[in-house]
Structure formats: structure tokens, C-alpha cells
Ligand binder design. Structure first.
Ligand code: FAD
Length: 856
């Protein structure tokens, strides 16, 4: 065993071996994988070996597609077969709602280059004759599904990595990790200490324990999972013989089961409601190649439905039941990337579908380690997406909820109840008393909308307009015509201070920093010229700036800030989290209301649009921004939590004469739509350039050499390929939810774009070839067009909904720049739940396009 390497990968499951392979392939060959026992000694060896490309997050779906493409490559390099069976598979819907869900998934596939097809239950039965098709209303066919040999695949990755120069050390547990003053690591193992620049946690079932070695509690938990194997079945053999084909994979939402052919019989697995965590606090180090005792009672309800839906299977004898543990994060997606607050400590764990995701995880992580950037939009699996609130107990409750809902539909207006409330502001009880329907915003309870008095405050979940439609409309109208108040504690808040603060922010942000007492809006981009943040920044004092941004991105942004912090201590950065909370008042009467609560002049001239001031509001020390996301006259008021009730009561009392109402997050989002304002993570993401995102006026290329300036200048000079645009949609009773395809009937050939995914760092094309240089940085590649007569898919929706004040259904999304700039060039349709609805580009914000109301 070497005593010094560039990187140590801990764990020889499918994920660790994939990371090792990708690091070696990227040119880091001085690397070592250390495995406690033999390879596949965690969950990898007893997996059912299924793979598929579908995922709720389109970006994760793309990395799954890459994983499937990769198998041929590692087979060739290693000479080891993965026993790949590319059978294709169907998802079966038993209700109209589940069929709507499939329609949405199918529509998304149009711009993701996926070849899914909606089919009838009879068509599905022809490919899997063991089902009773009368139980279903429809299905979706996906050709890129199948199964493989889990151990063979893991070995193939490991052999391919070794061929490229990587070392693998078996039967050697990592017992401790200690960081050196220079940021490198001492990896203490049973066979001695290895010094490494980087450490990767691929510990699978023990990832949590490895996290604890460095003081991190990762939000990951193992769950017991069962599947059964039948005896050989004559029906299966007969089908194979008569068609010359293997039976396909089937996923049944209602039964929460998946099933496929295994040899001459059937494999059937369940995600049962009565699920059970395994080793909820500590994972025993001596657990090895063993299985857990089967518990048929637990899966009996799923089996009952399964046997009804697939009567052909009921008759077969059960040969074996496998019960094994595997890990999940809170939302079922992996935890990948550098851990904020630590140097060179990386994660690739909580990978619950290692054979669908392992390749993509390995590629993204190796890009990140070698090139400083994952090269893809990996937010959906970034380890930074959960906060400190996701501790052991929270994780336990949320993972159980996620497991038991694995195949359940999540409606766009559905808030999940487990582990709530976690964090609350001092106004929580008051908001409940006001009949608020609360939602979870990065672990914080936040009012979404207010149910009318006497009505139960709860959402009726639906893909269509629901019971919140009327009340949100009331909140919007009252705010637009009079004045409304809402909680904004769920924004991220930071303070950057010190003599180097301004220079630091000027280097990170695309806009100029404001003068003292003023505010700017500014995107942040990476060196590849892609959007990685969008902030409101106020200069609070000579060397002091206040920053507000996206709540969910707090750790993601802190990681970036810390990475670029000068080493000389001239800049300090503080994240407030919930030690600073806020209220926003908006609407034409908001100034009259605020004037009653402050002792300074806040007239138009004295307190201008985009001014920042520290002042007492209702007697409480506050920071006040003259700005609001409603795009109207309004204010954001920030205070310590101890003062929040005082300020809220003062606002309520003073607001009575103006007809003040409470409004929630959904009304706020409706109002931002009619102003064409974008949201972070929806419209603005690291796959788009700032000009593509239509953020032109915030990009000051001439100001100084900020990070990404060169790439942004190039984007501007060459012209953006895409443009974010706003649409008015002729919707019926359902508005867009996000991710719908945009169709156009075009008079000229503008080309068809696939949603950008890779950028910057090396990535791989559809044939698994590495794409480097300018082609890789292009991101958007012209791929297969989806054509229907004169119509074709030209873009995708990022978000939208009903804009209540202007009474229009609205959507934002991306289309080729040429189409966005020439309004007469095309007719548009947006596909909502399988129906294409006429839509037109809306250049000017329908509410207050000149911004006059905002500035008065
Ligand atoms: C019953 C069942 C069915 C499944 N079916 C499927 C399926 O159909 N498709 C699919 O994609 N996935 C399936 N999975 C999930 C799949 O098994 C996992 O996604 C995958 O195994 C995760 O791999 P991993 O490398 O992250 O973790 P693991 O396989 O757990 O590997 C972690 C490795 O790290 C080693 N290790 C841990 N700590 C240390 C240490 N301190 N020092 C040295 N070594 C250490 C362990 O010994 C182990 O070998 C299934 C799982 C189960 C249990």
C-alpha cells in the first residue's frame, strides 16, 4: 500500500468503483480505493440490478442516461461482462391522476432526448402477458430500461480503473480521518496511514459513520428492502420462445412494486408503506455479505395488489426472498460534492439507484475534483442542498416518508408532512391562528396562503387549479389595490464585512456594488460564464454589505464564498440563517402604513426606490430595503427574531385603516409572474448564461475582472443561443407547473435545442465520446427534433402559474434566441397535461411595465 496518494476513495461498492474509474479516466492515476472487506460488501452485491433513465429531476435523468450508455465502455476496457439486458420497461397508471403524471413525464422527455411513448394497457400486456390489463388506464413505455449483474458491473468498473493505473486495497477498514494544517488528509486504516490530498466518502451503508469521522452528520439512512424471486415459470419460457424476446420491466404505481424477468422466472420488489429503517443510529462495522430476515407480513399489502394486477405471478412458487439494506437521502437523490466548511472532503453517497446513477455520479464528482466544477447541473444531487436542520431524527422521518412514497405522485401543490414543523419563526402560532396553510421552505415553516375564516386550512392536491385559487386571488388583489404583509424569513441572508469586502464582492458579482445606503440586484456566475446565484445586495456601511438570496442555496453559496475568501482575513462572511427574520409590506398604501411606524421621513425623495436604511420600525431596530418581489411599491423589513412579533403587531394595528391583508408565498410568486421576474433554481440555473437568462442589465462587463467575465463577454459577443422569455398561455383549468415542452410553428429554420446540461468541464456526448474545448462549453447541442407537421418542440417551461391581478395564465421558459427576438417568427403552444395550449411571448411585464408604481 502506498503511503501518499492524490486521492483516497473510501468504499468498494458500485459508486466507489465508478468514482475511481472516472478519476483515473480524467488523468488522476495516483489514486487508491480502500475497501473494508471485499468489493461489493455493502448494498451493491444483493441489488436487483434494475436500471432506468427516468427521474423527477431532468438533470439527474440525464446523468442516468449517461450511466446506461457507459456500460459498454467499461465492459470493453475491463473485459468483464456486466450481463446487460436492455429490455425496455413500462410504468402502469391505474387512475387518471397517475396517467396525468405519466403525460407530464412523457412531455418532459421531448426536450431531454428521451424516447418514451404513451401506450394502452393492452399494448403493455403484449410485452408482459402476466398482467391483468383491466386494472390499468394507460402506460408509458421507456426503451432505455433493463437489468444487469450488480457484482459483475462493480468489478467491471474496478478492473477498468486498475487498467488506467488506480490502486485498490481490500480488507482494510478506514478507522479515522484527520486533516492536516495544509488541508490534506491522514487516512488512518487498519494497515497504516495514507496521506492524501483528497478524500472521497463512498461508504454506502457506512457513509454516515465516515461523515462522523470529520464531524459531519450526513442526512442519509439505510432502509430494509425486499424483493422475491419465483421458481421458473412455463409462461415466461413460452413467451421467450414464441417472441424471441425477454419480458420487459414493469413498474406498478398502485402496488408500489416493480417486476421483471429473472432467468426463467420473475423478480418482484416492493416499496412497502410499512417500511423499516435499518441501523437507524449506528451501522455495525461487522455487517458483511449477509441478508436480513425476510418479513412477508410487511410486504403482504403490496403483494396482494401485485398478485391482483399480475395474476400470472401469483401462481408461481416463491424460490427466495431477498431482504437487504440500502441508503437514501431525504429526497431519494444522491449526496454528491464537496462538503461545505471542509477542505478536499468529497461525498458520493446515498446513491439509492447505484446501477442507474453510479456512472453519472462518478463523472460529475471526478469533473468537480479534477476541474473544479461538476460540468453539469447537479443541484438535484448536491450534498449542499440540505441544511443543519436535517439531523439524525429529521432524516429518519423524511427518509421513511420518501421510501413509502417512492412511486406515489407528488402533486405540484403538495406539501409533505414528515418531520414538520422543524424550524419556526416567532410568528408561527400567529400565522396558524390567521388560518395559514403552511409549507416547508428549506426546513422553515412558511405561510403559503390563507384559507377563509371557517374553512379548514389545507390544500386539496391536484394538477389542476385547486382550492387555493380563490383565496390567493383575494390576497393578490388586496395587496395590489391596498396593502399586504407577508413573512420573508425564508430568504437567505448574509453579511460580508471587512476592509476587503467591496473588492471581494466585486470579484464575485457581475454588477457594480452599490453606494452606502443603496441596493443593487446582481447575478453571480462561475468561470464558465454560467449563472450560479442571484442576489440583492445593500451597502450597509463603509466596509459592510448585507446580502439576500435563495434560501435553499445557502450552503451552496457559502461553499462558493468560502472558496474565494481572501486568505489574509480582510473579509468576514456571516450567514444569519434564522437569527435574522423578516416581513415585507407591499401595495400602494404600504408607504402610508410604514410612515406611521417610523420616526424618519420616508417620502419618495427621502427614501427612494432601492434605498437601504437602518431604522426603528414600531420601536424595533430594523433594516429596511425599499424593494419588494411583488414589483410594486413596497418594503422588506429585517429584524432579530425577538422583535418580529412586535413589528408584525405594529404593522397589523397601523394597517387596519388601509385594509391590510396577510398574503403568502404563493401570492408573492403570482405577483412576480406578472412582473416577468425570474426565480433562482427555476429560471436561473447553472446551465444558462446570464444573457440567456435575460439578465443583461445586471452584467457590467466593463466594471472589473470579475469571475466569469471573459465567458460572459464571449456570450454577449457571439449572442446567446437561448433566451428566457415570458408567455401568456391560453390555459383552461390547469396552469403550467414547470418542465412542460414549448412547441412552435416556425416560418424559418431556427434549429431545435436540447435542454443544456453539460458545460465547461469535460463531458461526454451521446456516444460516450469525451467532448472537450469550445464544443463542450457550448452546452446546448442541437439534438433530435420533435416534430409534428409544421410544429416542433423548441424549448421548455421553467415555471409559471396564474397571474391573478392581470388575470392571465403565465409561463416563463427558454426558447432559441432567434425565436425570442422575432415575435412574428412563430406561433407557440405549451403542452399542459397532454394538451397543447396556444401561448404568446410577452415581452413587457403585464403589470406596471414601466416600473412607475415601484418607483413612486
Ligand atoms: C434489495 C436491494 C435491491 C436493490 N435493487 C436495486 C436495483 O434494482 N437497481 C439499482 O440501481 N439499485 C438497487 N439497489 C440499491 C443499490 O444496491 C445501491 O444503490 C448501491 O449498492 C449503492 O452502492 P454504494 O457503492 O454507494 O454503497 P455500498 O454498496 O454499500 O458500498 C459501500 C462500500 O464501502 C465500504 N466501506 C464502508 N466504510 C468503509 C470504511 N470505513 N473503510 C473501508 N471501506 C468501507 C463497504 O464495505 C462497502 O463495500 C438495491 C438495494 C437492495 C438492498
Amino acid at each position: 500500500m502506498k503511503s501518499h496518494v492524490k486521492a483516497v476513495v473510501i468504499g468498494g461498492g458500485v459508486v466507489g468503483c465508478s468514482v475511481l474509474y472516472h478519476l483515473a479516466k480524467a488523468g488522476w492515476t495516483d489514486i487508491m480505493l480502500i475497501e473494508r472487506s471485499e468489493l461489493t460488501s455493502g448494498s451493491s452485491w444483493h441489488a436487483a440490478g434494475g436500471f432506468h433513465t427516468l427521474n423527477g429531476d431532468p438533470n439527474v435523468a440525464k446523468l442516468q442516461a449517461y450511466t446506461v450508455q457507459l456500460y459498454k465502455e467499461i465492459e470493453e476496457i475491463s473485459g468483464q461482462s456486466c450481463s446487460l439486458h436492455l429490455t425496455g420497461g413500462v410504468m402502469m397508471a391505474d387512475t387518471p391522476e397517475r396517467m396525468d403524471f405519466l403525460r407530464l413525464a412523457h412531455a418532459k422527455g421531448r426536450y431531454l432526448g428521451m424516447d418514451t411513448e404513451l401506450i394502452t394497457p393492452s399494448e403493455a400486456k403484449a410485452m408482459f402477458p402476466l398482467m391483468d390489463e383491466k386494472n390499468f388506464v394507460g402506460a408509458m413505455w421507456d426503451p432505455v430500461e433493463g437489468h444487469l449483474d450488480p457484482s459483475g458491473t462493480t468489478i467491471a468498473y474496478s478492473k477498468a480503473a486498475k487498467k488506467l493505473g488506480a490502486e485498490i486495497v481490500l480488507r482494510n477498514r478506514v478507522v479515522d480521518l484527520t486533516q492536516q494544517p495544509d488541508g490534506t488528509w491522514n487516512v488512518v486504516t487498519e494497515q497504516g496511514t495514507v496521506h492524501a490530498e483528497h478524500v472521497v466518502n463512498c461508504g454506502g451503508l457506512w457513509a454516515r459513520e465516515i461523515g462522523r469521522m470529520v464531524g459531519v452528520e450526513l442526512p442519509v439512512l439505510a432502509m430494509e428492502h425486499m424483493y422475491l424471486l419465483t421458481e421458473p415459470m412455463p409462461e415466461v419460457e413460452e413467451f421467450n420462445k414464441s417472441t424471441g424476446r425477454e419480458m420487459i420491466g414493469v413498474l406498478d404505481f398502485k402496488g408500489e412494486i416493480y417486476t421483471r424477468q429473472e432467468r426463467n422466472g420473475i423478480l418482484l420488489g416492493t416499496y412497502e408503506k410499512a417500511c423499516k429503517p435499518w441501523s437507524p443510529v449506528n451501522t455495525p462495522w461487522d455487517f458483511g455479505h449477509e441478508l436480513l430476515p425476510p418479513d412477508l407480513d410487511r410486504i403482504a399489502p403490496s403483494l396482494e395488489i401485485g398478485f391482483k394486477h399480475f395474476p400470472g405471478i401469483e401462481k408461481a412458487g416463491i424460490k427466495q426472498i431477498i431482504n437487504g439494506p440500502f441508503t437514501f437521502a431525504l429526497d431519494g437523490n444522491p449526496l454528491v460534492g464537496p462538503v461545505q466548511g471542509l477542505t478536499n472532503f468529497w461525498c458520493a453517497c446515498a446513491v439509492m439507484a447505484g446501477f442507474s446513477q453510479g456512472g453519472g455520479v462518478g463523472l460529475a464528482l471526478s469533473n468537480w475534483m479534477v476541474h473544479g466544477d461538476p460540468g453539469f447541473d447537479v443541484w438535484g444531487m448536491d450534498v449542499a442542498r440540505f441544511g443543519e436542520w436535517a439531523g439524525l431524527r429529521y432524516t429518519n422521518a423524511k427518509v421513511r416518508e420518501n421510501y413509502s412514497r417512492r412511486f406515489s405522485i407528488r402533486f405540484p401543490n403538495e406539501e409533505l408532512p414528515a418531520a414538520r414543523p422543524a424550524q419556526t419563526t416567532p410568528l408561527y402560532d400567529t400565522m396558524l391562528a390567521n388560518n395559514a396553510v403552511m409549507g416547508d421552505s428549506w426546513g422553515l415553516e412558511t405561510p403559503l396562503w390563507f384559507a377563509p375564516k371557517g374553512k379548514e386550512p389545507r390544500d386539496i392536491v391536484s394538477f389542476h387549479r385547486s382550492n387555493d385559487f380563490g383565496p390567493i386571488g383575494e390576497e393578490v388583489r388586496a395587496t395590489r389595490e391596498r396593502v399586504g404583509v407577508t413573512e420573508i424569513a425564508n430568504f437567505a441572508k448574509y453579511e460580508v464585512s471587512g476592509p476587503g469586502a467591496e473588492e471581494f464582492l466585486n470579484r464575485l458579482m457581475t454588477n457594480r456594488m452599490p453606494k452606502t445606503g443603496r441596493i443593487v440586484l446582481t447575478p453571480m456566475i462561475n468561470e464558465f460564464g454560467k449563472l450560479i446565484g442571484d442576489f440583492t445586495i445593500a451597502k450597509a456601511g463603509e466596509d459592510r454589505f448585507m446580502i439576500w438570496g435563495s434560501s435553499a442555496a445557502q450552503k451552496y453559496h457559502m461553499r462558493w464564498f468560502e472558496k474565494h475568501l481572501p486568505k489574509d482575513g480582510s473579509v468576514r462572511i456571516h450567514r444569519f440563517d434564522q437569527t435574522l427574520v423578516g416581513l415585507s409590506i407591499a401595495g400602494p398604501k404600504s408607504r402610508d402604513l410604514l410612515q406611521k411606524l417610523v420616526d424618519t421621513d420616508i417620502s419618495t425623495k427621502a427614501f427612494r426606490f432601492m434605498d437601504f436604511r437602518e431604522m426603528a420600525v414600531g420601536g424595533a431596530p430594523c433594516m429596511v430595503n425599499r424593494i419588494t418581489y411583488t414589483g410594486d411599491l413596497g418594503y422588506e423589513i429585517w429584524m432579530a427574531p425577538a422583535y418580529q412579533r412586535l413589528v408584525y403587531k405594529a404593522i397589523r394595528d397601523a394597517g387596519e385603516e388601509f385594509g391590510l391583508v396577510d398574503f403568502g408565498m404563493r401570492a408573492l410568486l403570482s405577483m412576480r409572474l406578472e412582473k416577468n421576474f425570474p426565480t433562482w433554481f427555476r429560471e436561473l440555473r447553472p446551465i444558462y448564461g446570464p444573457f440567456e437568462g435575460s439578465m443583461d442589465r445586471f452584467i457590467k462587463l466593463e466594471k472589473n475582472d470579475f469571475i466569469g467575465r471573459e465567458a460572459a463577454a464571449k456570450e454577449q459577443a457571439e449572442g446567446p443561443k437561448l433566451r428566457r422569455v415570458s408567455f401568456i398561455v391560453d390555459a383552461a383549468d390547469a396552469d403550467v407547473m414547470g418542465d412542460e415542452p414549448i412547441w412552435a410553428k416556425v416560418s424559418k429554420d431556427f434549429g431545435t435545442v436540447e435542454k443544456p446540461h453539460g458545460y465547461g468541464a469535460p463531458r461526454f456526448d451521446d456516444k460516450g465520446e469525451e467532448v472537450r474545448g469550445s464544443k463542450a462549453a457550448e452546452g446546448a447541442s442541437a439534438v433530435r427534433g420533435i416534430v409534428d407537421g409544421d410544429w416542433r418542440v423548441v424549448g421548455w417551461v421553467t415555471s409559471g402559474g396564474y397571474a391573478h391581478y392581470v388575470q392571465k395564465s403565465m409561463a416563463q421558459g427558454y426558447v432559441p434566441a432567434a425565436l425570442a427576438e422575432d415575435e412574428s417568427a412563430g406561433l407557440f403552444e405549451i403542452e399542459i397535461l397532454g394538451h397543447r395550449r396556444p401561448a404568446r411571448i410577452n415581452v413587457e411585464a403585464p403589470f406596471d411595465p414601466s416600473g412607475e408604481k415601484m418607483r413612486t
